[in-house]
Ligand binder design. Sequence first.
Ligand code: COA
Length: 434
Amino acid sequence: MTSNWKTLFQERKVSPIEAVQKGIKSGDYLVVGHVASTPVDIVKAIYDLRDELSDLKVFHMLYMGEPWHLKPEMQDTVKAYINFLDGHSRPLYQEGKVEYLPCHFHELPKLFEKDYPVNVSICQVSYPNEEGYCSFGITNDYCKAATDHADVVIVEMNKQMPFIGGDNLIHISKIDYLVEVDRPLLEFPQAKIGETELMIAKNCATLINDGDTLQLGIGAIPDAVLQSLQDKKDLGIHTEMFTDGVMHMIKSGHITGAKKTLLPNKVVTTLAMGSKELYEFLNDNNDVVCYPVDFTNDPYIIGQNDNLVSINSCIEMDITGQAASEAIGTRQFSGTGGQVDFLRGAKRSKGGRAILAFPSTAKNDTVSRIVPVLSEGSNVTAGRNEVDYVATEYGIVRLHGLSLRERAEALVSIAHPKFRPMLTEAIKKRFHIA
Ligand code: COA
């Protein structure tokens, strides 16, 4: 077996240009890996061969690295379908040059079955183990599903990709073309935690107990929440995103997973983003398992974790609890990600708690994030039946079980004081209070 895969390795090894020439044809639907696993060398080869290709569809979430496929000279070759906008794709979306494709994170694997019929999967994997299995490493999420559904599988086999177990492996025999790379993974600095984030985190921490299983996103608020849990023990992790903050809490012994009801003693994630130290920590670490996103983010699976606490954020919330988390008015800002997956999953969890946590204001305190009605054109990411606990720096309230009017009053109590009179007036008008 060992010598067999070494032969396959040699047979399937190609240059980026050869991978594209042999594996991709005009009209194909491509799925491209993302975040620190973005396969930039192969995307560059698509760019270099643009005169030989046309009508390519390219799907990805957070593409990180030089976006060769989005250059102006690629407009006639590539149509990009993006499920999560970032600093680069946001202005292009505003100019009508890329498409935003809405989909819950956990439903992406299903999308590739029929609605986005993937021909070619392009992602990064680790070097093979002794049995010839490569690991999707820090980015399983939709990459493994795309690979399972694709006619052609192209990978960048990166010497620096950590080998992480779980349902996170692909045998080399399933790879059609492999390009060897030896490139450091992109690193993501930890967000700066300010006074406001610390206050929000403290309010969230009042709901978190020893032995709870946590889902936290990336950014200043999740990192601040972790810092506020230094007196807790036996915390567990079932999440979509593994970050440096989680690593530090494992190293300090606060996260053990000992009380988890699903996959006890294991940290469960679908992707990881952070520092070199984090990537080294994850390599061959038997305490961490990486699963496809239709496992980690399936609300039914999430709900099998008792006492699951999820903490996510939003851009705006109206006084009834509807959350706009991915757009500012008609301006698409990011994506739905796994927010609704975890709101629903936490509700299914015995003892579960779902928190949306955000600063009470934006734009240097000039706008309230709690508003009478959402900005014109905003889409509701999380409906009011889904939103439960809400935290700002002024407190934390529970909306579930309250009437619309009671919700509004609860939300005003955690709005910035300077906007409370305006919100109180709006409540009076809306609910016909004399
Ligand atoms: N009105 C106008 N502008 C607003 C605003 C409002 N109510 N709220 C935020 N903004 C602006 C901010 O000023 C900021 O602008 P800038 O980039 O020019 O500084 C921008 O919108 C982002 O706001 P910020 O609070 O810095 O966002 P963030 O980086 O903390 O991300 C979300 C917050 C909600 C956008 C992000 O969590 C998200 O995309 N969530 C959906 C996906 C998800 O929850 N996934 C699951 C967890 S990984």
